[in-house]
Write a protein that binds this ligand. Structure first.
Ligand code: SIN
Ligand code: FE
Length: 293
């Protein structure tokens, strides 16, 4: 494999299209360098599941239906009985499908990749959320209660809209530009805060200085109206039937609209990357001049 990493294109959307016939050996490099990897022609069979999937199953209080593959527990839905069983079955099937896909496309990640939650996203972007929770605003992903301590967040999405409607995203500036913009207004955690949050059960594990900075980048960008109005971006649409993979901790993104998508989250230890130097952790450590985990 050539050692020269594909540069993230500046004049066109950072989306790389990969079909079944293409060699897969560039997939990891493209993702690591901030591309969204779009696979338009994969099959995922939803036949027989229409009732469970497209009925009104989402709980009003929840953004998405969320599935924990370890416990097989489904949250964020009011579905019960056979509908709940069917829904659990298809979400679990998507989880396995996404895992197989990552194994095929990114064999170098497979040995250490950790499986996170699976989600079913039956609703369009919600207009009634606070700015911080509003995924229609450009942001990088960071989770308040689940610190990653430098691990990458890799997500596999699939649009299964039965009416053939696209899912609409906006993709923003490269991570280093984004971090450089918001870093000057971030703050360090108070001494003892990470330990206290863990002891109180507010975080699963210890929030690192890295997690603290990433959360602030997430919150500050979403809360900045001027940034949202003027930030560099490309609008991208994902047609029904499309699958896309992206490191959502390193790619500035927003979901503007579209209903009915699956998403599988994975966590990747930095050491598994082809080029850890381009990770958000290493970029933030270079910008701040100190270790962050
Ligand atoms: C997000 O991660 O911001 C939401 C992406 C989506 O639901 O398409
Ligand atoms: Fe996001």
């Amino acid at each position: 494999m050539p050692d020269d990493a594909p540069p993230r294109p500046k004049t066109q959307p950072p989306v790389a299209v990969l079909t079944r016939q293409d060699p897969k050996d560039q997939a990891a490099r493209l993702l690591e360098h901030g591309c969204v990897l779009l696979l338009p022609d994969l099959d995922f069979d939803t036949a027989g599941f229409e009732t469970a999937m497209f009925a009104e199953v989402s709980d009003e209080g929840a953004k998405n239906v969320s599935y924990n593959p370890a416990s097989r527990e489904l949250k964020g839905t009011t579905a019960s009985g056979p509908v709940r069983e069917q829904l659990t079955e298809i979400v679990a099937r998507y989880c396995a499908w996404a895992e197989d896909l990552v194994g095929e496309l990114l064999p170098g990640y497979a040995a250490t990749l950790q499986r996170g939650r699976t989600s079913w996203r039956p609703r369009s972007a919600d207009h009634n959320l606070s700015r911080r929770k509003d995924d229609r605003r450009l942001h990088i992903d960071a989770f308040p209660s689940s610190p990653v301590q430098g691990r990458r967040i890799l997500r596999v999405f699939r649009n299964v809209n039965p009416q053939g409607e696209s899912r609409f995203w906006r993709v923003g500036e490269p991570f280093a530009d984004h971090a450089g913009r918001f870093l000057p207004t971030t703050r360090s955690m108070a001494p003892g805060a990470a330990l206290a949050m863990q002891a109180l059960g507010l975080t699963k594990g210890r929030r690192s200085a890295y997690d603290n900075l990433m959360l602030q980048l997430h919150d500050q960008s979403k809360e900045d109206d001027a940034y949202q109005a003027s930030a560099p971006h490309w609008d991208v649409s994902f047609p029904a039937g499309a699958t896309w993979l992206v490191f959502t901790d390193g790619v500035v993104h927003a979901a503007l609209g579209g209903r009915y998508a699956f998403e599988q989250t994975f966590y990747l230890p930095l050491e598994a990357m082809v080029d850890p130097a381009v990770s958000p952790l290493k970029i933030l450590e270079a910008l701040t001049g100190r270790p962050l985990v």
